[in-house]
Write a protein that binds this ligand. Structure first.
Ligand SMILES: [Zn+2]
Length: 388
């Protein structure tokens, strides 16, 4: 049983409640077959706490028993050309810059193995993905003989020594990210590199990107809290960087047994002020978005493009009664299903003809150009606007 009365990164107990959001669907990426199934989704409370020690943000009401990562879980970004280009170049850069050619990559929570596939294409000899809930029947692995997906816990008994240990968008889901990061480090080969990537909590705070608040995420890492995680996990970061329109925060690190003896990484005053300002503005921002949606609806039908976690948060917090006509998503596995928690049906871009939107709301600003171009091919007069 976890104890989220303390910071899951630095274990500090100086916490400030920034905002409480009730009734969020606990699985925003779940695939719901009907509007009634979607409405019946389990819901939970998000109590966003600021750790005054390390600046970490986390949900102290998080209850893992509300989550059930089953066959209905679908959150692949790999259908977007913008994402594909970034992740391909990023894998190549990691392998080249750290001299990882010919080495073994081991990934925690590797999905279909897409990232391992790219690492192998970039020159690594082998990729192994570890996820005890992995099922080949449910998730088709990439077709690359050098990449294997294993329904096993990540080996921390020394039986695997990898040149690269990686996780992408895993640590923010865990109640004990420090303990997991520490145990992964035990599989690191001499001179090997650790790469962890998480959503960028600094960007969420700075840009008032409140749609990034989702129940599945225990944690919202900042530059400081990601460095503090490394220190406590016995890792020495060589870089902490924002990527992909600053939406992701990554750390590259090497094992360093003396790291925990270093002084704690403390949040700066400006980080704490920014987090408090974010908490103060969440409610008024939701009200503003409701008013803007009302004005847009006066011009004609409104659809939301992007039924991932951001779009799902927006629809749950702003349009729970489904005044908007529906949601568009490129992922064919979502077509004909419903947004978790609301009655909006998800369709492919072909449905634009029938929906005939006057306004297309874009859930993720990084896809604004890609989506605007596609919408204007058939609806040149539609307004295409990001949701913040
Ligand atoms: Zn902390």
């Amino acid at each position: 049983m976890s104890d989220l009365s303390r910071c899951p990164v630095c274990a500090g107990d100086r916490l400030e409640r920034l905002v409480t959001l009730a009734n969020l669907p606990t699985l925003p990426n779940a695939v719901c077959a009907s509007a009634s199934e979607s409405q019946a989704m389990p819901r939970g409370e998000l109590a966003l706490e600021l750790c005054v020690g390390c600046g970490h943000l986390f949900n102290s009401s998080f209850d893992p028993s509300c989550l059930d990562y089953d066959a209905r879980y679908e959150n692949s970004l790999h259908f977007s050309a913008v994402f594909q280009e970034w992740i391909t170049n990023h894998a190549q850069d990691l392998v080249t810059r750290h001299g990882l050619t010919g080495g073994l990559a081991a990934e925690l929570g590797a999905g279909s193995g897409d990232f391992l596939d790219l690492l192998v294409q970039a020159g690594m000899a082998e990729g192994r993905g570890y996820d005890p809930s992995y099922s080949a029947e449910r998730v088709a692995a990439v077709e690359n003989p050098a990449v294997t997906m294993r329904a096993e816990f990540f080996p921390t008994d020394g039986s695997v020594q990898a040149q690269l240990i990686t996780s992408r968008h895993v640590l923010e889901h865990l109640e004990d990210p420090v303990g997991v990061a520490r145990s992964l480090g035990s599989a690191l080969a001499e001179g090997g590199v650790v790469y962890h990537e998480v959503p960028n909590g600094d960007l969420m705070v700075r840009d008032l990107a409140l749609w990034d608040l989702i129940y599945e995420h225990v944690s919202y890492f900042t530059q400081s809290s990601l460095r503090e995680l490394c220190r406590r996990a016995g890792l020495a970061p060589s870089s902490v960087q924002a990527h992909f329109g600053e939406q992701f925060l990554s750390v590259e690190a090497r094992g360093d047994a003396s790291a925990p003896n270093e002084p704690m990484v403390a949040a700066t005053a400006s980080e704490l002020d920014a987090a408090r300002a974010f908490g103060d503005q969440v409610r008024s921002q939701i009200d503003r978005c409701r008013a803007e949606l009302g004005l847009a609806l006066e011009q004609g039908p409104v659809v939301l493009w992007g039924a991932g976690s951001k779009g799902t948060s927006y629809l749950n917090l702003v349009d729970a009664d489904a005044a908007a006509a529906g949601a568009i998503d490129l992922n064919p596995r979502k077509h004909g299903t419903f947004v978790a928690g609301t009655p909006h049906e998800i369709s492919g871009p072909d449905a634009l003809a029938e929906l005939n939107p006057a306004t297309v709301l874009v859930a993720n600003p990084i896809y604004l150009d890609e989506i605007t171009e596609q919408v204007h091919q058939t609806h040149p007069n539609a307004q295409v606007t990001p949701i913040w």
